[in-house]
Design a protein around this ligand. Structure first.
Ligand code: KIV
Ligand code: ZN
Length: 516
């Protein structure tokens, strides 16, 4: 198969995905996601924006030091500091890419950059050359290309390729494009740019009009050979094109696209769950490919058809995308070695023996309550053990609640603040409401609760409930998550987690703030 027949999958869950309010990830979490993406055989992993913060720099460096099979990439604005940070963070990568960008639409150049078009070209060429001084593999993006003029795009792209960029990315930054128009734009650029054959053309579509996947596919049909996408469609505002949808659409409709990806699709559902549990962004049940209902046939006619001949109503096999992989993996009698080894297979290593012991104790407690422990249970348990191992201001010590029909629910909590125990009691409209009010009474965050959601991690009434609590204070948004077979306890853990995140320092820069 020729180079033109391969579609490069560029995952930006840990960079654009992390720009979703509240979706920030720790270094350990990024390493876990990086390993899962590597297992899925993602070609390029954009692990972050190195100049955003020390935390992001360290996370990219850790992913670069761990993941060996995929190319690791850092975003960088077209300025010295960003390029130097990106290069330094990628030092240990087996294969490194610097992704530099500058805005090219009239509105961005005039109001955001306050630069003349010729200056923008000069800056882009400077940045690509400087990036090439650090690494071989340089990607250049024309931010807001969806609203940029073709003539200008042709000039700047030709210059960027001459300067050494081997991937040219055409983002629809504000999710404004319509598939036919966007596909045609890619075709025109490929035809008009004289050195277009020296680079792979890529697209990066946002989902503001719900068209990110459709626009990306239209671009592929017209010659784009890299798609930038995210697990579960996570990303800035309405998100990015969903990786699972791009991969399965091109695979299911090979008759139309005639391209292949390197993705091992059986890792799609486990990776979707991992990202959802780390970010606290639940997957809607009717989400294509990875939603709980994606392969569920409710109507009698459909069920009858599927039983007689699967293809009557199913265009993909659930097992091909990793459904059904959630086999019972462990139980009450499993030992520490088996526990550690299963987690290693899931890409989890513990920073210290104490963290492993702590997670193993929790596993035993869970196994006493729930006989069958699935991979999803282990993932949730580990997320908690790793985040609790970090020194955190607030911890949940005890919780008791009472609710009965006709009585006002009441909850009493004991929490510790830097080791000092505090007790509080509150009423609520239900036990969860009472427990969260009791915690807030002592924590005094004054934060606004933006979202509360509960998800059953596995099937059955003994499933752990995974709770997400989204809090906002002073414009800062955080997602706390917690899991337990008791959803009141899971809710209290999620609230405490969110409170700790609110208190943690964040000096993160946004990449699309003017860097020039
Ligand atoms: O949406 C966008 O334009 C981006 C670029 C930085 C690639 O995320
Ligand atoms: Zn983007």
């Amino acid at each position: 198969m020729s180079q033109q027949d391969r579609l490069v999958i560029f995952d930006t869950t840990m960079r654009d995905g992390e720009q979703s309010p509240g979706a920030s990830m720790t270094k350990e979490e990024k390493v876990r996601i990086g390993k899962a993406l590597e297992k899925m055989r993602v070609d390029v992993i954009e692990a972050g924006f190195a100049a955003a913060s020390q935390g992001d720099f360290d996370a990219i460096a850790a992913v670069a030091a761990t993941v060996r099979e995929s190319t690791i990439c850092s975003l960088a604005r077209a300025v010295d500091r960003d390029l130097e940070h990106a290069a330094a963070a990628l030092k240990q990568a087996e294969r490194a890419r610097i992704h530099t960008f500058i805005a090219t639409s009239p509105i961005h150049m005039q109001y955001k950059l306050r630069m003349e078009p010729d200056q923008v070209i000069e800056q882009a060429v400077y940045a690509v050359k400087k990036a090439r001084g650090f690494v071989e593999d340089v990607e250049f993006s024309c931010e807001d290309a969806g609203r940029s003029e073709d003539d200008f795009l042709c000039r700047i792209i030709e210059a960027a390729i001459d300067a050494g960029a081997s991937t040219i990315n055409i983002p629809d930054t504000v999710g404004y494009a319509i598939p036919e128009e966007f596909g045609y734009k890619i075709k025109r650029l490929l035809e008009r740019i004289p050195n277009a054959d020296k680079a792979i053309f890529s697209v990066h579509c946002h989902n503001d009009l719900g068209l990110a996947v459709a626009n990306s596919l239209a671009a592929v049909a017209n010659g784009a050979r890299q798609v930038e996408c995210t697990i579960n469609g996570l990303g800035e505002r309405a998100g990015n094109a969903a990786l699972e949808e791009i991969v399965m659409a091109t695979r299911t409709r090979q008759d139309l696209f005639n391209i292949s990806t390197s993705i091992d699709t059986t890792h799609i559902v486990p990776t979707s769950r991992l990202v959802s549990s780390i970010t606290g962004f639940p997957v809607q049940p009717n989400k294509a490919i990875v939603g709980a209902n994606a392969f569920a046939h409710e109507s009698g006619i459909h069920q009858d058809g599927v039983l007689k001949h699967r293809e009557t109503y199913e265009i993909m096999k659930a097992e091909d995308v990793g459904w059904g992989a959630n086999k019972m993996v462990m139980g009450k009698h499993s030992g520490r070695a088996a526990f550690r080894s299963r987690l290693e297979e899931l890409g989890v290593t513990f920073p210290t023996d104490a963290a492993l012991n702590e997670a193993f104790t929790r596993f035993k407690e869970l196994a006493d309550k729930k006989h069958e422990i699935f991979d999803e249970d282990l993932q949730a348990l580990v997320s908690e053990a790793i985040s609790d191992a970090a020194p955190e201001a607030w911890k949940l010590v005890a919780l008791e609640c009472h609710s009965a029909i006709g009585e006002t629910p009441v909850a009493e909590v004991v929490v510790s603040h830097h080791g000092e125990e505090k007790r509080s009691k509150a009423n609520g409209s239900g036990p969860v409401d009472a427990a969260l009010k009791a915690i807030e009474e002592v924590a005094h965050t004054g934060a606004n609760l933006l979202l509360y959601s509960v998800n059953a991690i596995t099937q059955g009434t003994d499933s752990q409930g995974e709770v997400t609590v989204r809090l906002e204070k002073g414009g800062r948004i955080v997602n706390g998550s917690g899991a337990d077979t008791d959803i009141v306890v899971a809710s209290a853990k999620a609230y405490i987690h969110a409170v700790n995140l609110l208190l943690s320092e964040s000096d993160r820069q946004h990449p699309q703030n003017d860097g020039v």
